[in-house]
Ligand binder design. Structure first.
Ligand SMILES: [Zn+2]
Length: 345
């Protein structure tokens, strides 16, 4: 590798980053789930850690769902959430991610735990994380759309957490096809009425009608994935004019076959169309990625360092933080860049 490429890689790795689309359960290492399984006496289909680590890697969508289910099944006690949250702080910090907005699979959680015990455990995990690490996180519980019957309970959980200062939004994830946004209209309306920010995965497995649904039925403030917006010129125009931020997760799209392996990621076209895009990992441990790798991949696909900084700045601007907090993050990033005497693109 040429020196210049190595220098760019280093600069990307050390760049203070912001991430807006990452699932807590997808950012926990297989080792942690293995330890939890041992502690909670949950049987995994692997005898040792090495086999489990191999099993954990993405193969296809069905396998991904199976792994996700198994991983979540190792969480048996409310206190386990404190451990996961603390580990997440460490995980993001090790990737130089100074601020993250993080999804939590609430449809699963509420089936097995009482709201109060989970909220206490999460609160404790956040306090521990904040005392030991410099980075910050904010949590967004999400409804798994293929479990629409859980939506009212998730809403109640989200509002309770919001009042406690533990959550600040409501998300919509899971299987997009067959579960259109309109099924969740009343729930999202109520969430907004209570002050929660609202976001939804849309335009990943399903087409542009799903993104229109998220905008028109749910009044979302950001869109998860959104890459299939490119199929609809009217939608592109709307997204350009409204500047609704889009949380793009390139490796996730390749892994799930939304984008073909040997083609460049359509994010370039999205940006050239004037859309406000950010870069994210989605489920980094399951997709064998991290945020630096995402930026490096775009660098290899011809993005200049200047453009990569801009994408990171887009993430700061698109976060749900207050203006003064965004300003602080911009300052951290600008300071890094100036001190770095950055390689000119
Ligand atoms: Zn996601």
């Amino acid at each position: 590798m040429k020196n210049i490429e190595r220098a760019i890689e280093k600069e990307i790795e050390l760049m203070p980053k912001v991430e807006l689309h990452v699932h807590l359960e997808g950012a926990i290492t297989p080792k942690t789930f293995f330890q939890l399984a041992n502690k909670n006496q949950v049987k995994l289909p692997c005898e040792n850690l090495g086999d489990w680590e191999k099993y954990f890697q993405f193969k296809d969508f069905q396998h991904f769902i199976d792994v996700y289910g198994l991983a979540v099944s190792t969480i048996k006690k409310a206190e386990d959430f404190s451990t996961l949250i603390e580990q997440f702080f460490q995980y993001q910090e090790s990737n130089n991610i100074i601020y993250s907005e993080v999804f939590l699979s609430a449809s699963f959680i509420i089936q097995n735990f009482r709201n109060q015990e989970i909220l206490e455990a999460i609160e404790f995990g956040i306090k521990q994380g904040e005392s030991k690490h410099k980075n910050r996180i904010k949590l967004i519980p999400d409804i798994s759309r293929h479990l629409p019957e859980t939506q009212e309970q998730v809403l109640e959980f989200a509002i309770e957490g919001y009042k406690r200062g533990v959550f600040f939004g409501l998300g919509l994830g899971g299987m997009e096809v067959n579960y259109p946004p309109k099924l969740f209209r009343e729930t999202f309306k109520e969430a907004k009425r209570n002050g929660l920010k609202v976001v939804a995965h849309a335009g990943e497995a399903a087409g542009s009608e799903s993104i229109w649904g998220a905008i028109e039925e749910l009044a979302v403030e950001r869109i998860g994935h959104g890459i299939r917006s490119l199929e609809d010129d009217r939608l592109i125009k709307y997204l350009r004019e409204s500047q609704i931020p889009i949380e793009v997760s390139p490796t996730s799209n390749y892994r799930l076959g939304i984008v073909t392996k040997d083609e460049n990621h359509p994010i370039r076209e999205m940006i050239e169309s004037g859309l406000l895009c950010t870069i994210n990992t989605d489920d980094p441990e399951m997709f064998s990625t991290n945020l630096s790798k995402e930026y490096k991949m775009l660098s290899l696909q011809g993005f200049s360092l200047e453009k990569l900084y801009q994408l990171n700045k887009n993430a700061i601007e698109s976060s749900f933080l207050e203006v003064d907090e965004k300003m602080k993050l911009h300052q951290v990033l600008d300071k890094y860049r100036n001190n770095k005497n950055s390689i000119k693109p």
